[in-house]
Design a protein around this ligand. Sequence first.
Ligand code: AVJ
Length: 327
Amino acid sequence: MTPDACGGHTTVILTDLQPTADDIAGDVLAGLSMTPKRLPSKYFYDARGSQLFEQITRQPEYYLTRVELALLDASMPAIATAVAAHAHVVEYGSGSGRKTHRLLEGLDDPVAYTPIEISKTALLASVGRLADAFPGVEMLPVCADFTHPVPLPQPSRGTGHTLVFFPGSTLGNFLAEDAKRLLRSMRVTMGPRGRALVGIDLDKDPVLIEAAYNDAAGVTAEFTLNLLVRLNRDIGSDFDVSAFVHRATYSRERMRIETHLVSQRAQDVHLAGRSFHFDAGEAMQVEYSHKYTDHSFATLIADAGLRVVERWNDPQDWFGLRLLAPA
Ligand code: AVJ
């Protein structure tokens, strides 16, 4: 072991805004009471789910992560020019840190980095990975729900502007009304001089999109089914996981992947003293992944008081990065 193998002399100041704990059982009861039944996709990400998602990003069919990383590399000089020096980089959620690493490396002297994340464990893990690589960047993580406006910690160096970073087409998991609410909160969080760099998956040949959500190795199917495994463990439901199959289809009309879990037999699922009947072949909706055109995206953000100031696509127009400013 080298003397500095443990690294970590950088001070990390955590702001805990104590986001209200998820009411998983309540959300699931509400979803199972709807017709058709549905479950919130945010509950995919327990420890196993996060691990499976990382595995999805390495599947040959799942082009999103690969293309976005290459696009970020290719556009970084232009992004650095478009974004003023001394930015306070604020990331919505915390991924593996690969994209953040490229961004912090490529920007002109960023002063601070603030991931906003509801899970304190994931939050501290993400800054831990970056703190040693960027000793000149103040690490100011905030434990909060980024779908609401977040008061930001003030970096001690300079009063630069804020750059919100929201990669991965995570926006696509929200229905239009929720996406608009999130974008309005983003506008408040970033302030009048702020900017946001948002990654969006673009509308394209449905064959390519459907392949990305139906990888041959079956990792996405396992990721989707893991939702039931985690619910059975964490809220005591009794879904027969082996009787459900993953189904992801692209709706051209709605420009989104619609992921369902389909019960292969009639079954009754019990939760909190209540019983929910599934017919054989009944589909429960578990995730949407919206894709965008320039037109649909412009409409979405306009309703949130934002506008596109710069746009970058990969050479095949599969994935885009958009720099947004208050309208
Ligand atoms: C969380 C938006 C990056 O919707 O593409 C991947 C999650 N679901 N495969 C997406 C996901 C199935 C993913 N994002």
